[in-house]
Design a protein around this ligand. Structure first.
Ligand code: SF4
Ligand code: SF4
Length: 489
């Protein structure tokens, strides 16, 4: 079952990606502008005032889909020619001002449920005298209101609503506020490019730059060696009947020369991270945090810099895997495929990984390529030497379990293992952390439930977790079969 929360906006976005990839496959990308009129027709259901506005917004979405800034004032046809020269950008999240509906920003509003009761508790509770009775109903003077919520708390009819803009609610870092025109704006000094606000905005006014066309062009170039690096959260994302071997077949048909599991890198990271934990503990440090989630490490770097020194010095499994591929084949183009948007920023910073796609983007590419996953036959299996612990990294608690598996019982007894899942919990931990005489290891993940909850996922997190477990079990069965066969020999 695909994620049921998919909105009309997500469907439109996916349709656009599919059409763009399809044009690129036919060597007709230069005609991308015509999609604006094909996708927004006279009879297309309207979500905004007129088709002209919807088309103008779609034009901005095309620029983002090609990997450019919306401010780039260059005709779409010209952008399609420049697409391969556009580097991966660290700053990927952007507000489409034209699409922003300037949702109400008055936090407390009196609704029609107000009875103008005799008690008038709201009036008495307000410390700023911001409430008046006008036309038999309470009224809040927004100039005076300090958003303390006391009026809402005391109203016996629940007549006072608390409004929080959906984008503001979705952003756990507090990076979103309103500009002078009441439109949403992102403070880039705080934003960690996690992309949770994209799903939060019901007007589709927040978008991210992506790289579907750059990857498509690389795959269409027979001279280019392109390697797919699959994040450990991939099982089940492309359909419950699509097993790992079938997905690998599809990637090979598209032109990927190799398909590698990033869990290979996770295996190395968990061993080295366990060693680092012991080193720091012996040096008398109090706290070490994981480093594999770039949203979490950016949260520390930008919003809690006092903990920067506590971040593990290791690079992420994605970086470790890409470095190994490059050491064996320096000309290879590495493409990370996962549920994560922040990985695009991480790749742009470190420059070891060449391109990043989300699962959702890869699915659009598969459809644009006209590959029917249900009809493919599996041709190859995955690397059987990867540990179950490394493959468990994407679920909350997975990194901790992997590190624990590397430590002795006596070492474990000296360590507090803490898990923070989602940026809100991560911030909460960092704000309230007090060192004690026991060493703490914090697994910090920017997404609730871990990477399986990343905004570029296709299926819901509960099912994703089960599918990862099922894949691990199936690989274990493969190993058991092999051991039995070797024993027979
Ligand atoms: S921190 Fe995340 S949710 Fe907040 S604005 Fe940036 S990308 Fe959006
Ligand atoms: S938890 Fe995983 S998917 Fe979410 S931001 Fe961190 S690395 Fe990306």
């Amino acid at each position: 079952m695909l994620d049921q929360t998919v909105s009309e906006l997500v469907k439109l976005k996916r349709k656009l990606y599919i059409e763009l990839v399809s044009l690129a496959c036919q060597d007709k990308l230069v005609e991308a502008e015509k999609l604006i009129y094909q996708l927004i027709r006279e009879d297309t259901p309207r979500y905004r005032c007129c088709q002209h506005k919807e088309r103008a917004i779609l034009r901005e979405r095309i620029k983002l889909a090609l990997g450019f800034d919306i401010e780039d004032n260059i005709p779409i046809a010209r952008l399609t020619e420049l697409v391969d020269q556009e580097p991966l950008d660290e700053d990927i999240i952007t507000i489409l001002n034209m699409a922003c509906d300037s949702c109400p920003i008055d936090k407390y509003i009196v609704t029609d449920s107000c009875r103008n009761c005799a008690a008038h508790r709201c009036l008495n509770a307000c410390p700023k005298d911001a409430i008046y009775i006008i036309s038999n109903k309470a009224y809040i003077d927004q100039e005076k209101c300090i958003e303390c919520s006391r009026c809402k708390d005391v109203c016996p009819f629940g007549a006072i609503n608390e409004n929080v803009r959906p984008c503001v609610k979705a952003c756990a870092t507090g990076a979103i506020s309103s500009d002078a025109n009441r439109q949403a704006t992102i403070d880039k000094d705080i934003c960690v490019n996690c992309g949770h606000c994209i799903r939060g905005c019901p007007f589709g006014a927040i978008g991210d730059k992506n790289r579907i066309i750059q990857v498509t062009n690389s795959l269409l170039n027979p001279e280019q060696n392109t390697v797919a690096m699959l994040a450990p959260s991939f099982p089940g994302q492309f359909g419950y009947n699509v097993d790992s071997a079938t997905l690998k077949t599809a990637l090979k048909i598209m032109g990927f020369n190799q398909v590698i599991e990033v869990a290979e890198g996770a295996d190395k990271v968990m061993q080295a991270e366990a060693e680092e934990v012991l080193e720091l503990k012996d040096k008398g440090a109090n706290l070490m945090t994981s480093s594999c989630c770039p949203a979490f490490t950016e949260l520390i770097n930008k919003n809690h810099p006092e903990f920067t020194e506590n971040i593990s010095t290791l690079t992420s499994p994605m970086e470790v895997t890409a470095a190994k591929i490059k050491s064996e084949n320096p000309e290879a183009k590495t493409v990370f495929i996962g549920p994560c948007l922040t990985k695009k920023s991480e790749a742009a910073r470190h420059k070891t990984v060449d391109e990043v796609l989300t699962f959702e983007e890869l699915l659009c590419m598969i459809v644009g390529w006209e590959i029917n996953l249900e009809k493919l036959s599996p041709i190859e299996e995955f690397n059987d030497s990867i540990s179950d612990e490394a493959r468990s990294f994407p679920a909350s608690g997975g990194v901790t379990a992997a590190i624990r598996s590397e430590l002795s019982e006596s070492d474990k007894s000296w360590i507090n293992f803490e898990i923070a899942s989602g940026l809100k919990e991560c911030s909460q931990f960092l704000k309230t952390y007090k060192p004690d005489n026991k060493f703490s290891f914090l697994e910090g993940m920017g997404c609730e439930e871990g990477c399986i909850g990343g905004p570029g996922r296709i299926i819901n997190t509960k099912i994703a977790k089960k599918m990862v477990e099922k894949f691990i079990k199936s690989q274990k069965n493969n190993k058991t079969q092999q051991v039995k066969q070797i024993a027979k020999l």
